[in-house]
Ligand binder design. Structure first.
Ligand code: SF4
Length: 269
């Protein structure tokens, strides 16, 4: 007797869109508002693209900072050697195999570690202050506002301050950084409030900048203001309405230069 289960049916485009309408994250919302066709390629058609070198560096840096913060949370701070080991382990986690050019991998790996080393040496996170939360997945049910569930992962919360890490190639301007990351920072503030019943003491973006001499730029922001929450709600509303209409038109612009779906987009009609 054949006891093998029948192959699982792939969800249809309609099912995928319906599930995207039920919950939203800051990154999905950002992408939808940046270019709806790119969103369609990534989240509806789920076209896989190779990881870029810069994303791999960012992920490895993020992973070691997560280990560093988790160790502070259990009050067993990592030594620099342990942090380096955690970085090497995160770096080797490359299941898809990035097609590195000669010498590129060694250079990028060194760049990533120098960023981490700079951040830890400058004590932006005092080893003796216990974080409130590290890499915690959270959600907020916004049904009372006629909106889908909001989900996200908070990198770090310390002394009621929500902290998010970024790696970038040039010095960020604080006003522009606060503006361009507003969907994310407002989402995190909202998630924090829903899950703690308290208002955050502020939000900070910690940019680790990949310069010849790596540097850390911290952008502090006050707690989310009511008008920022309203903007976020209107943006989520535009997302759900757009999905409802299956509005996936392209938005050509500066961002196309680094879009991984450029070829697919040129063929779209
Ligand atoms: S190439 Fe530009 S317009 Fe096309 S999907 Fe990418 S970001 Fe959108």
């Amino acid at each position: 007797m054949n006891t093998q289960a029948p192959p699982k049916e792939e969800p249809s485009e309609k099912d995928i869109i319906a599930s995207l309408q039920e919950q939203v994250s800051a990154s999905r919302l950002n992408l939808f508002l940046q270019c709806r066709l790119k969103f369609f390629f990534r989240y509806v058609l789920k076209i896989k693209k190779p990881k870029t070198a810069s994303l791999h560096v960012g992920n490895a840096v993020h992973a070691v900072l997560k280990s560093w913060n988790k160790a502070r949370w259990v009050q067993k701070p990592l030594t620099l050697i342990q942090a380096h080991e955690a970085y090497a382990k995160a770096w080797s986690d490359d299941p898809d195999g990035i097609p590195w050019k000669p010498d590129e991998e060694a250079e990028e790996k060194t760049t990533g570690w120098r960023l981490v080393n700079t951040y830890l040496r400058e004590s932006h996170l005092p080893a003796d202050v216990k974080p409130d939360a590290v890499e915690v997945p959270v959600e907020a049910n916004l049904i009372n506002h006629g909106l889908p569930r909001l989900i996200g992962i908070l990198d770090l919360v310390q002394q009621r301050k929500v902290i998010d890490y970024k790696t970038c190639a040039s010095n960020p301007n604080s006003e522009k950084a606060a503006h361009s990351h507003e969907i994310q920072t407002s989402s995190y503030s909202l998630l924090y409030r829903h899950n703690t019943g308290q208002q955050e003491s502020g939000v900070e973006l910690h940019h680790l900048v990949k310069l010849k001499n790596p540097k850390v730029v911290i952008t502090p922001m006050p707690p989310m203001m009511p008008r920022q929450q309203l903007r976020l709600f209107k943006q989520i509303e535009a997302y759900t309405e757009g999905l409802q209409r299956q509005d996936f038109i392209p938005s050509p612009g500066m961002q196309c230069a680094s879009c991984e779906f450029f070829n697919e987009c040129r063929r779209w009609h």
